[in-house]
Write a protein that binds this ligand. Structure first.
Ligand code: SF4
Length: 355
């Protein structure tokens, strides 16, 4: 399979052009076609000589994803399913506004992108963890989700969250290569502060990412305020328990400007006791983090239930009374399998390629 041009850094493209005997200004032209014009094919790069388009096509594909399906909800949340070269699927979700994450009321579009096919971390409430881990995405497969979402909708993505399928910090090199392409001045030009990496709590990788020079944002999938609760639903907590995670987040805060986000899926009878809210508020105050409460989105095949709305609001108020900044996410896309991994699982099951 040919490599995708979208995964190539500007330096790597310049090197290829030089070695192919092409003038250096072709690099800017090609980058413009890929990242600003969102060209649909190499053939469409009309100001390149025919011979160069031919040699590019011999060495590269333009994109790494094939769009197969879009699901859209009434509130315009859209979910895109993409086929990879090996027949696997990944999905991305475009959400029109996400004030719960960003504290904004403007209509900014947030794209949740996947970083792996499946996930090895096996959180008990998660559709992506259900089928286990298949493989990492490469940089092109990550950035192409953004390009495809913009091309398919004609809309600009304002914020990006690495929160789709997979644990982004378990795939660090392609993740950082993709971030360089997404934020680069010659490529997609999205400010690093508009990128949030969501992790289940890989402590050494959080510490390493804290030292990354860009001011990226971090969200933690916490989902329990004690080891006892986290151990029940997040196997990763046995490796890096809460105390180690909180220490790593303190370290993060010494090097980063933006507020951390603590993601907390409310699951009936599991983590929604008011005692958890009080402890969660204590963690949030220590970390100067905001808490994003997400009522559980039922996943077929899993036993968990969403608490009643009144209970979710009571949990929110308990948090706030205990001094935490918190929001309760108004679910968008509840009717379109919007929990990460659900659409892809359905598709792969239908085609008999699960596992
Ligand atoms: S919640 Fe995140 S880390 Fe846990 S299984 Fe799902 S994708 Fe993996």
């Amino acid at each position: 399979m040919l490599p995708a041009l979208t995964g190539l850094s500007p330096d790597a493209l310049a090197t290829w052009l030089r070695e192919s005997g092409e003038p250096s200004f072709r690099s800017a032209q090609i980058l413009h076609w890929i990242w600003q014009r969102k060209a649909a094919s190499i053939a469409a790069m009309s100001n390149l000589p025919v011979a160069l388009r031919a040699s590019l096509s011999e060495c590269f594909r333009l994109h790494s994803l094939e769009h197969t399906h879009t699901q859209g909800a009434a509130d315009t949340t859209r979910k895109f399913l993409f086929r990879l070269h090996d027949g696997r699927y990944v999905e991305s979700v475009l959400i029109p506004a996400n004030p719960a994450l960003y504290g904004e009321t403007s209509d900014r579009r947030t794209l949740c992108v996947s970083s792996q096919v499946g996930c090895a971390y096996g959180c008990r409430f998660c559709a992506s963890g259900l089928a286990g881990f298949t493989r990492n995405l490469d940089a092109a497969e990550i950035v192409d989700q953004v390009l495809a979402a913009e091309r398919l909708t004609g809309e600009r993505v304002d914020n990006l969250v690495f929160m789709g399928m997979g644990e982004p910090l378990a795939n660090p090199e392609p993740l950082l290569a993709a971030i360089a392409l997404i934020t680069g001045p010659q490529t997609l030009r999205l400010g690093a502060r508009h990128l949030t990496i969501s992790t289940a709590g890989l402590v050494p990788q959080i510490r390493r990412l804290a030292e990354h020079p860009q001011q990226l944002r971090l969200a933690i999938s916490l989902h329990g305020a004690t080891d006892e609760v986290r151990d029940k639903i997040m196997p990763i907590n046995r490796k890096w328990p809460l105390a180690e995670l909180l220490d790593a987040l303190d370290y993060w805060n010494t090097l980063k400007q933006h507020r951390l986000t603590l993601e907390y899926i409310l699951i009936a009878g599991l983590n929604d006791a008011m005692a958890q809210a009080t402890l969660l508020a204590r963690h949030a105050r220590r970390l100067h983090a905001k808490v994003n409460l997400i009522p559980y989105n039922t996943v077929a095949g899993l036993e968990w239930q969403r608490p009643p709305d009144a209970h979710c609001r009571k949990f929110l108020h308990t948090l706030e009374r205990a001094g935490a900044t918190a929001t309760l996410r108004v679910e968008k896309g509840h009717d379109i399998d919007a929990a990460c991994g659900q659409l892809r699982l359905k598709q792969e099951t239908a085609e008999g390629i699960r596992g």
